[in-house]
Design a binder for this molecule. Structure first.
Ligand SMILES: Nc1ncnc2c1ncn2[C@@H]1O[C@H](COP(=O)(O)OP(=O)(O)OP(=O)(O)O)[C@@H](O)[C@H]1O
Length: 271
């Protein structure tokens, strides 16, 4: 791995303030984080601490008020297909089929350089990667919530992004569908070598998926409290891990951070 790849995403002294009717709200401060190529990083912290804000800064959907954000050595100055985003609410166009929803993204990125046949092939390959070949011609209202999220993931992957940014992609799904999609995501990432930054509230999800878990302090002026390296061998298998002492130790470390060291303000008041 070369020097560039060791710092694939590089965030230095980033700050984010929002101007509101009540004045300036200081959401994030002193954010320093590097993500390596092929690394899977999750952001975890209490509600409102700034996880989505940080992800949106990396996506280029927000601009930091201070500091520098780089992706592959270039300044992040806006959204780009090199950083594919998957939101909690799939955001598919309801009047288009699954195929057309993905095709639209493929056409936007590769349309100028490739033939229609090549674009269709890319679309098919992305849908196959998430196991949705059979649903290509269905519209979003005809498929389940889990399938919609898979189309969202296929759409993001179809653009061959350098980084996949996911904001609680499985947050709206039931526990079994969620587990299934986590397993699928692990396989896809193993196959594609994607670099992933993902926001989650779920401690088990974070430990199962991550190479590193970025634990954030409470806001306002939230920052990175601690980073936990998860050295569990891959491929990871959830049933085996449920009994694994090292897995339990990682899980406890995250819970300890969230519920002892960063108890949510509402919990402190209740105590
Ligand atoms: N556009 C905005 N204008 C003003 N304040 C904002 C804006 N976006 C976010 N905030 C504030 O910044 C803080 C961080 O919000 P953010 O959505 O990043 O938190 P989060 O950790 O992702 O929360 P959750 O887990 O509940 O989704 C919150 O206090 C939020 O109210």
């Amino acid at each position: 791995m070369d020097k560039l790849n060791n710092k694939f995403i590089e965030i230095t002294q980033a700050e984010m303030s929002f101007t509101t009717k009540k004045g300036v709200f200081h959401a994030l401060k002193d954010i320093n984080l590097t993500v390596k190529k092929g690394e899977f990083v999750t952001l975890i912290g209490h509600s409102g601490c700034g996880k989505s804000t940080l992800l949106n800064l990396i996506a280029g959907l927000l601009t930091a008020t201070e500091g520098a954000l780089l992706c592959a050595n270039r300044e992040i100055s806006g959204p780009s297909p090199e950083r594919g985003v998957v939101f909690q609410n799939h955001s598919l166009l309801p009047w288009l089929t699954c195929f057309e929803n993905v095709y639209l993204a493929v056409e936007r990125v590769f349309g100028a350089a490739e033939s229609k046949a090549q674009l269709k092939e890319r679309t098919r390959a992305a849908l196959a990667l998430v196991g949705l070949t059979h649903a290509e011609q269905k519209r979003p209202h005809e498929i389940s919530g889990g399938m919609k999220q898979r189309v969202g993931i296929a759409r993001a992957l179809s653009m061959e992004p350098k980084v996949l940014l996911m904001d609680e992609p499985f947050g709206a799904l039931d526990a079994l569908t969620r587990a299934h999609l986590q397993d699928e995501l692990l396989k896809i990432v193993a196959k594609t070598g994607s670099t992933v930054v993902m926001v989650t509230h779920d401690v088990d999800e974070a430990v199962l998926l991550s190479d590193r878990i970025v634990m954030m302090t409470n806001g306002p002026a939230a920052t990175i409290g601690e980073i936990l390296e998860v050295n569990l061998a891959r491929p990871r298998e959830r049933v085996a891990l449920a009994q694994d002492a090292q897995y339990m130790a990682y899980r406890t470390a995250v819970l300890e951070f969230l519920y002892h060291r960063q108890a949510h303000p509402a919990m402190k008041e209740a105590a």
